[in-house]
Write a protein that binds this ligand. Structure first.
Ligand code: NAP
Ligand code: 8YV
Length: 312
């Protein structure tokens, strides 16, 4: 007999196929009457498969009184009310570790693309400007620069490894100092002041809301670059836009935004920003590995075993 699960949003295709084959799945996102679908599932459903982008709030948990586990597709669980889950004794799992390398690759790609303006040079070439106006203006070197990592966790450490190979010096700020061979700064402003490139890779949520604000960008300064692969909420987006427009920072590489998939169109006209649509973990291999881990956690729980990657 297949165990029953509820799926709250459509995500990675291969993972969705496995979820619907290996479990008896209720697709909440397809329900014409969501409240009725929840009411029908309430007496039975013990597991929720969530995607990182869909909100899982206390009301949803309360609508499923038998809920024991929320297995998230994604490492970031900022869309899940963890306090409500704790209160209810619901296990929350994420896909920690499965995406470290891929996200770090993308973070490093943003460093390269932002400082060397690679997308902008391609647009210049395609517009015929190389022939009519001559060589594209010079970029900024990567080697020899200091990368300040705000959030030196699993992914932050994978970014540090790559950046070192490019000849960068690493510094970091976390709330807790780590046993790593990198200089520690006591706060985000000091880290930005000591860095040429500020890499943001903390979790989202209330603790980090607008952690990168005007004071941090002032400390980064007009020669400094901001890269955000964390969550849009971690930076003050209107302030970042303003600082780019006024050239109060040299440039930015942004994979995440405050109101995804909406991105303020004012960014599109700027020459000093590289934008990607939240794709840092977006490869076939990594998304499959994330789904495998999400599904493994569900199977382990139904087998009465400890889950592999618990958050709470
Ligand atoms: P992690 O291992 O938990 O690392 C997070 C780091 O951030 C920790 O070192 C933590 O250290 C630090 N941190 C947490 N709160 C902080 C605060 N208020 N101030 C300063 N530092 C703080 O998590 P991870 O697996 O590396 O993932 C990090 C985040 O990346 C995810 O939560 C997600 O939001 C984002 N992400 C984005 C993408 C994408 O597609 N763009 C993909 C994957 C992940 P302390 O606890 O000592 O402060
Ligand atoms: C995407 C991520 O959210 O893991 C995370 O925290 O941000 C990414 O991997 C992915 O699309 C999961 O929904």
């Amino acid at each position: 007999m297949k165990h029953e699960i509820i799926i709250n949003a459509k995500g990675h295709k291969g993972t969705f196929e496995r979820l619907t084959q290996e479990f008896s799945a209720i697709n909440l996102f397809e329900a014409k009457d969501r409240a009725a679908a929840l009411k029908e599932a309430a007496p039975r459903v013990r597991a929720l498969a969530s995607t990182g982008h869909a909100r899982v709030d206390a009301a949803l948990m309360d609508a499923l009184p038998k809920l024991e586990i929320i297995a998230n597709f994604g490492v970031g669980v900022d869309q899940i009310d963890l306090d409500a889950a704790k209160r209810r004794g619901i296990i929350v799992t994420n896909t920690a570790g499965a995406l470290n390398d891929c996200v770090a690759d993308h973070a490093m790609a943003l460093v390269l693309n932002t400082l060397r303006k690679i997308p902008q040079t391609g647009v210049y070439l395609r517009a015929g400007l190389w022939a009519s106006q001559g060589a594209y203006p010079l970029g900024t070197s990567i080697g020899g620069k200091t990368l300040g990592i705000l959030g030196l966790g699993r992914i932050g450490e994978a970014i540090a490894k790559r950046a070192q190979a490019f000849g960068m010096t690493i510094r970091y700020h976390n709330r807790n100092k780590k046993a790593v061979p990198f200089a520690y700064d006591a706060d985000a402003v000091t880290l930005a002041k000591n860095s040429d490139v500020l890499m943001v890779i903390t979790p989202g949520g209330t603790d980090t809301d607008k952690l990168v604000n005007a004071a941090v960008l002032d400390a980064l300064g007009p020669q400094g670059y901001l890269i955000n692969v964390a969550r849009g909420s971690v930076v003050d987006e209107p302030v970042v836009l303003h600082y780019l427009q006024e050239k109060k920072i040299a440039g930015a590489g942004l994979d995440v935004f405050e109101h995804e998939p909406k991105v303020p169109p004012e960014f599109f006209t700027l020459d000093n920003v590289v934008l990607t649509p939240h794709i840092a973990s977006g490869t076939h291999e990594t998304r499959t590995a994330m789904g495998d881990l999400q599904i493994e956690n569900l199977h382990l729980h139904f087998a009465g075993k400890p889950v592999k990657t618990p958050v709470v």
